[in-house]
Design a protein around this ligand. Structure first.
Ligand SMILES: *Cc1c(COP(=O)(O)O)cnc(C)c1O
Length: 364
């Protein structure tokens, strides 16, 4: 079977590092806020080239805590692109703000044109999602945010190590959210996330929110919540971070292989990549005719694929109340064509060749 991910295979490939990391945490009983959390926060900040990193419970909390830290008045609007996982918009509603969806461009990241149209007097922030691992248009987003006095929040859950004009994503906006859900490019062994920022006061505030509004033990400035990165996850992440660039280069090589070999299959559309970005291919997403039958066919041939996402956010039942499902968004139309082909450090060129060969047979 050619799988979308192979987390056990990945474990076996660096078993010594991971076993030692886990043992260390248990031996030191450094389960919460211990030295391994601090170590990972420092390593990840330095990997990205950002001043502050705050470990939190998961990527959804990271987004929510960032939004809460801005203390927007209730009913403020935050613009979110329509093609993503629900976490990106959930964080907005859970912070008493209103989600306003905008469209995506043809690399499935936020459309600047649509964003500009959606900005109103109530708009306070925009969430730039580096979807599938392709960075958003950061120069323009910084410009638009500045002109309209908006906070720029980056959702980097799918883009660890991705670069826009040689600078890593997560380092452009006011604050950025990372997820280390096990299947992400950098994944923990459970839920985990982080907030990064170059702004000291935002960094302090989010750290307090994530830890009960705490100043010191039993001294609380305000009510926060409990959303901390735990020591075991931090140690696993530190061990894996050393391999992230290597794993990413394998993803990029395999993506290039797909691009080359699928170039003349007319029934599919390949990902479009801007020349000035480093796409980290969390997902390799094509647009395919007869998508559902292709998916079934590939599965029968031993190839696992995914759909990200089968229903665009404005069309979800959860967002019926917003009445944005009928907008002429590209993502509202795309969602019946999207197909994610297997990619990851667990695969080799021969796997890609097999996927391509089966795809060609299907369309022949
Ligand atoms: C995974 C993901 C999240 C949420 O991360 P969790 O750690 O699962 O809470 C947010 N945004 C996007 C785009 C994601 O892919």
């Amino acid at each position: 079977m050619i799988k979308m991910a192979d987390l056990y295979g990945q474990y076996l490939s660096i078993k010594t590092d991971l076993d030692r990391a886990i043992e260390d945490v248990i031996r030191d009983s450094a389960f919460i806020n211990g030295k391994y959390v601090k170590k990972f926060e420092e390593e990840f900040a330095s990997y990205l080239g950002v001043d502050y990193c705050i470990g939190v419970g998961n990527g959804t909390d990271a987004l929510e805590i960032i939004i809460k830290s801005f203390d927007f008045p209730e009913g403020s609007e935050i613009i979110v692109p329509s093609n993503s996982f629900i976490a990106s918009s959930e964080a907005v509603s859970n912070s008493n703000c209103r989600v306003v969806f905008c469209d995506c461009n043809d690399n499935y990241t936020i459309s600047l044109e649509s964003l500009r149209e959606k900005i109103s007097e109530k708009t306070k922030a925009v969430i730039a999602i580096h979807l599938y691992g392709h960075p958003c248009e950061m120069d323009e987003l910084l410009e638009i945010s500045k002109t309209n006095n908006l906070k720029l929040i980056e959702d980097c859950a799918q883009a660890h190590g991705a670069e826009y004009k040689n600078k890593k994503v997560g380092t452009f906006g006011d604050a950025s959210a990372f997820s280390f859900y096990p299947g992400k490019n950098l994944g923990a062994y459970g839920d985990a996330g982080a907030i990064v920022s170059n702004n000291e006061s935002i960094a302090q505030k989010v750290r307090m929110i994530a830890n009960h509004g705490r100043v010191e033990k039993y001294d609380h400035l305000f009510e926060g919540r409990n959303s901390r990165l735990d020591g075991l996850q931090a140690a696993v992440l530190s061990a894996k971070l050393k391999y992230l660039d290597k794993w990413t280069s394998i993803r990029i090589e395999l993506a290039e292989e797909y691009m080359k070999m699928l170039n003349n299959v007319s029934s599919i559309e390949l990902p479009k990549v801007q020349p000035y970005v480093k796409h980290v291919y969390h997902l390799f997403v094509i647009k395919a005719k007869l998508r559902d039958s292709l998916k079934d066919f590939l599965f029968k041939e031993g190839i696992e694929t995914g759909i990200h996402y089968p229903i665009s956010l404005p069309k979800l039942k959860a967002y019926q109340y917003l009445h944005q499902a009928d907008e002429n968004f590209a993502s509202n139309i795309n969602d019946s064509f999207l197909l994610s082909l297997p990619i990851g450090e667990h695969l080799g060129k021969s796997d890609i060749e097999k996927v391509v060969q089966k795809l060609e047979i299907f369309y022949a």
